[in-house]
Design a protein around this ligand. Structure first.
Ligand code: HEC
Ligand code: HEC
Ligand code: HEC
Ligand code: HEC
Length: 203
């Protein structure tokens, strides 16, 4: 008797918790009505997770474009097409001997080659794994494919550097302003002073 009296309130609490819990679950779940190919009505219950659209690399939401200073190219190297439009693209992994001999790939180099990041045909563009091409001013999207956590931090201003007025346009530095895309293990560069934009007189 004593044991039952003690156990009872706990039992009631447990039942209440279970009932409330399952109602909360039902609120998020949804009945999906569909017809099968023979015209029969099928009603299935889908959880909130099952209702999420499948991830589709070709059909992702558009990535926001961030305002960045000029990419940190070496003098005279861009546009790449000034040379490459006259050259036959060569996707072959090899030691470059005629040009770009200063570039030594030291960035997961076992798994990839220049043309995983640089578009083979139009050399003035970068290339994403989806096959999409992007401008050098959006290179953060290239890096973000593999460094998703850093990309997220960068977007909210936790990683890297962001300048600008609290209520005005923010300006971000590209990942490559601090990290060498070909050899990122080499210590991060000191961030450059933010460029002065015309017309942004201080007050
Ligand atoms: C991880 C992706 C990645 C790989 C792999 C890669 N690059 Fe790059 N490369 C970049 C990015 C991003 C930039 C742009 C840097 C900038 O905005 O100044 C760049 C810049 C360059 C530049 C301009 C450099 C300068 O001095 O301004 C050249 C030339 C170049 N890459 C050639 C190559 C060659 C050749 C290879 C292969 C040996 C290669 N890249 C491999 C991402 C990559
Ligand atoms: C002054 C001419 C010149 C410019 C400017 C130039 N390249 Fe090249 N590039 C070359 C030559 C020459 C080779 C072949 C090197 C070899 O085979 O040893 C080459 C090879 C490459 C390769 C290896 C793949 C291939 O097709 O041979 C990549 C990738 C590359 N360049 C990227 C770039 C990028 C990115 C830029 C601009 C940021 C750029 N280049 C600007 C002359 C140039
Ligand atoms: C295809 C995937 C991929 C892409 C794209 C990529 N990275 Fe990486 N990155 C890696 C991997 C894998 C490592 C660790 C292994 C290594 O460094 O060889 C790494 C290492 C790094 C590191 C850390 C080096 C250290 O200190 O250990 C930095 C910084 C970095 N990447 C920056 C960049 C930047 C900037 C870009 C864009 C220009 C970029 N990555 C694009 C795969 C990628
Ligand atoms: C203002 C300069 C700056 C910018 C912009 C920047 N980083 Fe970094 N990043 C750093 C510094 C500094 C470190 C720390 C280096 C260290 O701790 O050895 C770092 C570290 C990293 C590392 C290595 C982290 C680890 O765990 O070892 C990765 C990967 C990286 N950054 C990726 C990125 C990517 C991707 C972007 C762009 C979306 C970016 N960074 C933009 C300065 C920058």
């Amino acid at each position: 008797m004593k044991i039952l009296r003690l156990a009872c309130p706990k039992l009631v609490l447990l039942i209440v918790a279970l009932v409330v819990g399952s109602f909360a679950g039902l609120a998020r779940a949804e009945r999906i009505k569909e017809f099968d190919r023979s015209g029969k009505l099928i009603v299935t219950e889908q959880s909130a997770a099952e209702q999420q659209p499948a991830y589709d690399i070709k059909n992702r939401p558009k990535e926001k474009v961030f305002e960045v200073p000029r990419p940190p190219f070496s003098e005279g190297i861009f546009p790449c097409s000034q040379c490459h439009k006259y050259m036959k693209p060569n996707p072959q992994r090899r030691t470059l001997t005629e040009y770009h001999t200063d570039i030594v790939l030291h960035h997961a180099e076992g798994q990839r080659w220049c043309t995983d990041c640089h578009n083979l045909i139009d050399r003035d563009k970068l290339r994403l794994v989806s096959g999409d091409t992007i401008d050098f001013t959006e290179s953060y999207r290239l890096c973000g494919q593999c460094h998703g956590d850093k990309f997220r931090d960068w977007k909210v201003g936790v990683h890297g550097k962001r300048t600008g007025n609290w209520n005005g346009d923010k300006q971000y530095l590209l990942c490559v302003h601090c990290h060498n895309p070909h050899d990122p293990k080499f210590k991060a560069l000191k961030p450059l002073p933010p460029p002065v934009r015309p017309g942004s007189a201080s007050h």
